[in-house]
Design a protein around this ligand. Structure first.
Ligand code: FES
Length: 108
């Protein structure tokens, strides 16, 4: 999959997240409190609850289903070690945010 536009860059303020459906795939895009963007699977690996209904507390995403916690900077599960959300490449081109499910996030 190539880069796919998900939204306008100004649609996501710091500390906000939004879910998008791209070709049947749900992706969660988060702009953290520093302004960095993160794209990851939008479905909880525990019992497949949509993570968009969760709560974002700085770098920690808490699933609304059963409160499993994930570090949005790494995708790592904090409640269940070894469990993680797949993260994807995300970038801004002009005024638009794009994700690429087939690429790893860019370091830094
Ligand atoms: S579905 Fe997310 S913690 Fe259970």
């Amino acid at each position: 999959m190539a880069l796919t536009k998900v939204c306008e860059a100004n649609d996501l303020a710091k500390g906000q997240m939004a879910a998008f459906f791209v070709e049947g795939w749900e992706v969660l895009v988060i702009r953290d409190d520093r302004g960095d963007l993160h794209a990851m699977d939008g479905i909880c690996p525990h019992e497949e609850y949509p993570l968009i209904y969760g709560e974002l507390d700085e770098d920690v995403l808490v699933c609304a289903g059963h409160s499993w916690c994930f570090d949005v900077t790494t995708g790592d599960g904090l409640t269940q070690p070894g469990c993680r959300l797949a993260k994807y490449h995300v970038e801004v081109q002009g005024t638009e945010i794009y994700v690429d499910r087939d690429r790893e996030p860019t370091a830094g």
